[in-house]
Design a protein around this ligand. Structure first.
Ligand code: GTP
Ligand code: MG
Length: 423
């Protein structure tokens, strides 16, 4: 019988052959592009920042449109996340854009737990994806991916330093999502202060071990622009929904009594740099990093937590089947242990109740005996009293009879005397 098993050893040398004519697989990249274009893309942005810091305005400015906007009051009980999905089209490319923003962030007196709803939201999207992946009938092809690809962290333009809420939140998020820190409303800080502020922020992030997203420099095509842009982080941005006439052109700007801040003017702010990096150069890398780094970490931890592992104690590969059998055995063992514990608890409880009942029975019996004794004693006393009374009655009767006899004797002697007198 012919052996049909072909084993390819890793590292085995592969031979390169030349083709003697056109075959056609060079159209593969085109096929790939046309397929992905027809499928469309999804991109999910999370905006984390205090109420009124300019999140909605910046999103409108970035995508040159007006998204739904509901202002949040400063009196929220806690932080909650608001996801909204939109279909955008540019040329023939469809983008399913989800913008999630944090309502009430930084408004509570106790801000200790502010990061929690954000972390929970990000993990819930990973969990949703993992559940789909683990399904027997899964449909990842048309799955609406809701995992967050980028977190824009809005820093208040204090010109001073990061707040502890910023550091804590970014630290909690950095292993779960790509973070790009941005200084919001940068038109409110002077140019020289802004430079110092940027340096201070970066040194605080480094000192606290916060990992922010670095624009990748491994792809030659974008290495130069990305490495130069990494030096501008955190981007100082300005957003506006106003168009102002500058010369003969209408531009996005903020108009003040003393002048105009042009959003797309690179000497006024870093808005263009942010748009360039986020949308035009690194959108694909952000999506890939989300899947390959952040989701992979979540998936690994989750599966390990569930008891799955790739190798056994001797570093030998451990199949899914073996993991399942081992986990099942462990589960049955635990179940039996719990059953035994519960049975023991039940027996002990029954014993305790039995002892309590016996004690109660004994007490009742004692009380009954005591009552019986009291009753007998009372009966005896009453009997004695009855006898005494009977004796008294008898004595009285005797005295009464004697008195009557005496009275009748006295009566007969008086009538005899009367008779004698008359004679
Ligand atoms: P909530 O969603 O309610 O938390 O607010 P938000 O963070 O979405 O802020 P929003 O975009 O609604 O902006 C709040 C106010 O800040 C508005 O009056 C904006 O015009 C103003 N604003 C937004 N961006 C900037 C900016 O870059 N500079 C200045 N100076 N003001 C800005
Ligand atoms: Mg808003």
């Amino acid at each position: 019988m012919a052996d049909t098993d072909v084993t390819i050893t890793p590292g085995e040398e592969m031979r390169s052959l030349s083709l003697s004519g056109h075959v056609g697989f060079d159209s593969l990249p085109d096929q790939l592009v046309s397929k992905t274009v027809s499928q469309g893309f999804s991109f999910n942005i999370l905006c984390v920042g205090e109420t009124g810091i300019g999140k909605s305005t910046l999103m409108n400015t970035l995508f040159n449109t007006t998204f739904e906007n509901e202002e949040v009051s400063h009196f929220q009980d806690g932080v909650y996340l608001r996801p909204r999905t939109y279909n955008l089209q540019e040329s023939n490319v469809d983008l399913k854009l989800t913008i999630v923003d944090t309502a009430g962030f930084g408004d509570q007196v106790n801000k200790e737990e502010s990061y929690k709803p954000v972390v929970d939201y990000i993990e819930a999207q990973f969990e949703r994806f993992l559940e789909e992946e683990l399904k027997i009938k899964r449909s990842l092809y048309d799955y609406q991916d809701s995992r967050i690809h980028i977190c824009l962290y809005f820093i208040s333009p204090t010109g001073h330093s990061l707040k502890s809420l910023d550091l804590v939140t970014m630290k909690k998020l950095d292993s779960k999502v790509n973070i790009i820190p941005i200084i919001a409303k940068a038109d409110t800080v002077s140019k020289s202060e802004l430079q110092k502020f940027k340096l201070k922020i970066m040194s605080e992030l480094v000192n606290n071990g916060v990992q922010i997203y670095q624009f990748p420099t491994d792809d030659e095509a974008v290495a130069e622009i990305n490495s130069s842009m990494n030096a501008y982080l955190p981007f100082a941005v300005v957003g506006s929904s106003e168009d102002v006439k500058i010369g003969s052109k209408m531009v996005r700007a903020r108009q003040y009594p003393w002048g105009v801040v042009q959003v797309e003017n690179e000497s006024h702010c870093d808005f263009v740099k942010l748009r360039e990096m986020l949308i035009r150069v690194n959108m694909l890398d952000l999506r890939e990093q989300t899947h390959a780094r952040h989701y992979e970490l979540y998936r690994r931890c989750k599966l390990e937590e569930m008891g799955f592992k790739d190798t056994d104690g001797d570093n030998e590969p451990f199949s899914l089947q073996e993991t399942y059998v081992a986990k099942r055995k462990e589960f049955i063992g635990e179940l039996q242990h719990k059953e035994e514990k519960m049975r023991q608890m039940f027996v002990n409880k029954v014993k305790e109740t039995e002892a309590e009942l016996k004690e109660k029975e004994r007490e009742l019996h004692e009380r009954f005996e005591m009552l019986k004794r009291t009753h007998q004693e009372e009966k005896r006393n009453l009997e004695e009293k009855r006898r005494d009374l009977e004796d008294e009655v008898n004595a009285f009767n005797r005295r009464q009879a004697a008195a009557e006899t005496l009275q009748s004797l006295q009566g007969s002697s008086t009538s005899k005397k009367d008779k004698d007198k008359r004679t």
